[in-house]
Design a binder for this molecule. Structure first.
Ligand SMILES: Cc1cc2nc3c(=O)[nH]c(=O)nc-3n(C[C@H](O)[C@H](O)[C@H](O)COP(=O)(O)OP(=O)(O)OC[C@H]3O[C@@H](n4cnc5c(N)ncnc54)[C@H](O)[C@@H]3O)c2cc1C
Length: 265
């Protein structure tokens, strides 16, 4: 196996230009599992860990920023999500870029990005492009990343509401992949955004629930119940080894309502 270990972005992009189909390695917490199970056998790996430009958190969040750093970051819901990822060892190695690269519907970093309509900046030797989250995440474990491109950073909007909450439901409290998780954000003018993961082919936005609750300046108990019902109706979960379709549907509504209630306090 050939391995490149660039220490700057230009060298990484040049390596990718020469080997557009090379496999990118960040923390390796997803990739090494796939290699260990024999699901992937890369011939050429470009390790991004030492590329400083991917570690920056300054308006944008560099793809190489680890969960351990996000735990301490300024975005409450993203920090909440980061704290739920794996163990301290996984959080020290795993990155937001790797979570996006894997594009699992169970990726805990994704609901925050989806709720805020974040953009993903991709770079190649030929230039850069920005895709909105729903242009980037094209299906379960599928993205719009093209050969020769890497994820450079996540670009968040300028307006980020202080009221933001993330929550996750799993079979136990720690070291668990979500059965369902969600992020709710509420702006001062009442606009509310809800993103739910592990409940569809990609992380999903709950458009009808958002529209209904955004019109409520001071939601009553009946409005909260209707919000919960709409979320349960809008998700598109499946039954798999982690949970059932019906439990996920129920849990999505419950968790979204609880997160909204916390935002309203
Ligand atoms: C024990 C364990 C527990 C876990 N728990 C959780 C959990 O609770 N929640 C959760 O969401 N995930 C969990 N994961 C999965 C994993 O830790 C995360 O998805 C993590 O964010 C992956 O990041 P990484 O840097 O390790 O990615 P890597 O494994 O290095 O890469 C993952 C994929 O992304 C691609 N990639 C990486 N960086 C880039 C880039 N800059 N540009 C383009 N493509 C790129 C790689 O080629 C690969 O396809 C767990 C994994 C393990 C082993």
């Amino acid at each position: 196996m050939e391995i490149d270990r660039p220490t700057d972005l230009a060298t990484a992009l040049e390596a990718l230009r020469q080997a557009p189909d090379a496999t990118l390695l960040a923390g390796g917490t997803d990739l090494m599992v796939e290699i260990n199970f024999g699901h992937r056998r890369p011939e050429h790996v470009i390790a991004l860990r030492r590329v400083n430009e991917l570690q920056e958190v300054d308006g944008t969040i560099g793809a190489g920023v680890t969960w351990a750093r996000l735990e301490e970051g300024p975005h409450r819901a993203l920090a909440q999500a980061a704290r739920t990822v794996g163990s301290p060892q996984i959080r020290a190695a795993g990155t937001i870029g790797g979570n996006l690269g894997t594009a699992s519907p169970a990726g805990d970093g994704l609901p925050f990005l989806v709720a805020l309509d974040a953009e993903i900046e991709l770079r190649s030797a030929a230039g850069s492009r920005r895709l909105r989250w729903d242009e980037f995440l094209t299906g379960p474990k599928l993205t719009a990343l093209q050969p020769g491109e890497l994820i450079h950073s996540v670009v968040l909007p300028e307006e980020i509401p202080a009221r933001q909450e993330f929550g996750k439901v799993g079979v136990r409290n720690a070291m668990v992949i979500s059965a369902v998780m969600a992020c709710v954000v509420r702006y001062e003018d009442g606009r509310t955004r809800v993103a739910v993961g592990s409940a569809g082919p990609t992380t999903l936005r709950m458009g009808r629930a958002e529209e209904m609750i955004s019109a409520e300046a001071d939601p009553s108990a009946a409005a909260l119940s209707e919000f919960q019902r709409l979320v349960s109706e809008e998700v598109r979960p499946i039954t798999d080894h982690r949970s059932t379709e019906s439990y996920r549907r129920h849990a999505a509504g419950v968790i979204a309502r609880r997160l909204l209630e916390r935002c309203l306090r």
